[in-house]
Write a protein that binds this ligand. Structure first.
Ligand code: NDP
Ligand code: MG
Length: 378
């Protein structure tokens, strides 16, 4: 029996991670659940999974939370996620919060020697070399939950040779077939209607702009020690091939499955074993065809900007992430148009540039500076 600390349990990944625990009660038990402010959902989850520890990071909720969670160890405050990881005694940490807030819990679980099952891509993109350094020091590794990175990780298993190329697949999002003029007018509601995946709001907008794929390119670079020019994005609207790896003999390995995040979550939790049973099996005959397209960076400039951030290196990915985060929030509130998201990212990259690979303190400082700068241009 392994215990899991689920950081960000109330979100899309968090609730699906609990589906996995529910499906394999013989293997997993939840010892900590954390969230930011959704107390009602957290309470319902606590009733079902009976964790040892609850963590809540929204400091304004203290009186309410104290009353609601009087039957369990309650940790409150900005560092509630890290405190919960520590108090959980868990051997597995699942980092499922959204945004830059994932970086501290990621660093913490590596320090604690917990198995880091990471959905939060922003922490890997921003943490970059500093996270890699910590992993080396602790002789640890990240078990990716992001479906593409789980696919790549699976395609790398047992291989002794270096890969030539990573083929990162992408559904293309809701605007794949739209003209640039139509995309320019896209509403929040249209951007939130993802054709293949049901996810949290931020990543759904990122999937419409392809900033999500851009973040994934930067994530793959660190996870698999790849050069930027070894990572190609391939539009694959059926979302059945979750990514591929090409080896030096030009042989290509792919991982396939129905689009269901519970599969990569289950793989990360169970690794190195494959757990018996999972989502609906893939039916190739009813699938019929699989198609592929080249991404169009003219209609989706966020993807090109992510490569640019990767080329600049240093603090550029931190600036990219902060700019994208704030621009997406402003777009959701109706304060920016669709293409103003990429305009803001471009301005942030021009302002901050690249430079040396930052240490952890610098990463937090640059994130704060980038947010302050972007607020002024918003
Ligand atoms: P959701 O928005 O659905 O959930 C976010 C979770 O983070 C919630 O538990 C939320 O708590 C918590 N949270 C929100 N704000 C903060 C904060 N400031 N500090 C700490 N915790 C916070 O997101 P998703 O589940 O969609 O995504 C989570 C991560 O996984 C993202 O990094 C995303 O890119 C990645 N990912 C998601 C996929 C998906 O299918 N959803 C696929 C691949 C990767 P509360 O509910 O209380 O606000
Ligand atoms: Mg993904």
């Amino acid at each position: 029996m392994q215990e899991i600390a689920l950081i960000g349990s109330t979100g899309s990944i968090g609730t699906q991670a609990l589906d996995v625990v529910r499906a394999f009660p013989q293997f997993f038990r939840v010892s900590a659940l954390t969230a930011h402010h959704n107390l009602a959902r957290l309470r319902a989850q606590a009733d079902e999974f009976r964790p040892r520890v609850i963590g809540i990071s929204d400091v304004d909720l203290y009186p309410q939370a104290k009353e609601l969670f009087s039957d369990v160890q309650l940790l409150m405050g900005e560092d509630a996620h890290e405190l919960a990881l520590e108090a959980s005694g868990a051997s597995i940490a699942c980092i499922a919060v959204v945004g830059f807030a994932g970086l501290k819990p990621l660093l913490k679980c590596i320090d604690l020697g917990q198995k880091a099952c990471v959905a939060n891509k922003e922490s890997i993109v921003c943490g970059g070399a500093a996270v890699r350094k910590k992993l080396r020091e602790k002789n640890a590794q990240i078990y990716p939950v992001d479906s593409e990175h789980s696919a790549i990780f699976q395609c790398l298993q047992g291989e002794r040779s270096d890969f030539r190329r990573i083929l990162l697949t992408c559904s293309g999002g809701p605007f794949r077939t739209w003209s640039k003029a139509d995309i320019a007018q896209a509403t929040v509601e249209q951007a939130l209607r993802h054709p293949k995946w049901n996810m949290g709001q931020k990543i759904t907008i990122d999937s419409a702009t392809l900033a999500n794929k851009g973040l994934e390119v930067l994530e793959a670079r660190w996870l698999f020690d790849a050069q930027l020019n070894q990572i190609d994005v391939l539009i694959h609207p059926q979302s059945v091939i979750h990514s591929m790896v090409e080896y030096k003999d030009r042989s290509v390995l792919a991982q396939l499955g129905n689009p269901d995040m519970r599969l990569p979550i289950q793989y990360a939790f169970g690794y190195p074993e494959r757990l018996p049973g999972g989502p609906e099996p893939l039916d190739f005959v009813s699938l019929g065809t699989m198609t592929f397209e080249k991404p169009d960076t003219d209609r989706f400039p966020c993807l090109a900007l992510a490569y640019e951030a990767g080329r600049l290196g240093g603090i550029a990915p931190v600036a990219f992430n902060a700019a994208n985060d704030l621009a997406v929030q402003a777009f959701i509130r109706g304060r920016l148009s669709f293409y103003q998201i990429s305009d803001i990212i471009e301005k942030a990259l021009q302002h901050f540039g690249g430079g040396e690979e930052p240490d952890v303190d610098t990463i937090f400082a640059i994130d704060a500076q980038a947010r302050a700068y972007i607020q002024t241009i918003l």
